[in-house]
Design a protein around this ligand. Sequence first.
Ligand code: ADP
Ligand code: MG
Length: 267
Amino acid sequence: MQNKADRTPGAQPQALSIALCGKGGVGKTALSTLMVHGLRRTGKKILAVDADPAMGLTLALGAERPKTIGQIREHVIQVARKRDTRETERVADMVDYYLLEALVEKEGFSLLAMGRTEVLGCYCPVNSLLRAAVEALSASFDLMVLDAEAGLEQINRKVLRRVDILLVVSDPSARGFHTAGAMQELVRSQPELRPGRIGLVVNRCPADSGEDWEKNAREQGLELLGTIPEDPALREMDRTGESLLALPAESKAMVGIRGVLNRLELV
Ligand SMILES: Nc1ncnc2c1ncn2[C@@H]1O[C@H](COP(=O)(O)OP(=O)(O)O)[C@@H](O)[C@H]1O
Ligand SMILES: [Mg+2]
């Protein structure tokens, strides 16, 4: 890990970060998992970040009860209060130490789970130390895939100052597209979020619907990055609790995900 003095914005190379957002149930967690699945044999160093307190990605990627950023935060705050440790340097050392403990190493990728981070109220110094530590850690990876759950502003505040690629996930309904469009507008209206690229991924697309997804996306001000078909194999694996990392490369959903990764020039 780099020297803390170097932790100024832009001072270090960082992993390319890709965040998936969208309303509940559209498939963010499933698609985040499949992205990791599709990327882990490319030789790139992948960091998956589960930013949803429900920790669906952690489960889907087969990591059991890892230490979470939320737990580290609580612990650091408690120790700092008890010892009345105000010196940033010592608290930062503690954060670095626990963060490495929280990093789960799997075959072909690593994982960090955010867990619940709101406990003990707002404690901004610790939050920004944690964010700096995650950013420093990201320098040892090529790519980060974030299952962003709620809004991008949360990611921005807690994980990374800046996301490179934002994937807005939608279902194929008109209402879904409207929500995606509204999300895109909200993100673009906040200059501090400003992802490098925003695109739409339509999930659970019915076969031969006759819809022009490209045009529908454009109408919402979004670039279409790909469509993922409804995949009975995926649904069945989720139902039985089998890891989606076992989904065959030729399955419909994996073919769709590879299309998105191709479009982003990641494979
Ligand atoms: N392409 C797909 N084909 C079939 N089922 C899917 C597909 N994508 C998601 N699902 C199912 O939809 C449900 C919600 O997906 P999930 O990834 O948990 O959504 P989110 O994380 O956005 O809340 C899950 O049961 C999942 O198995
Ligand atoms: Mg989810």
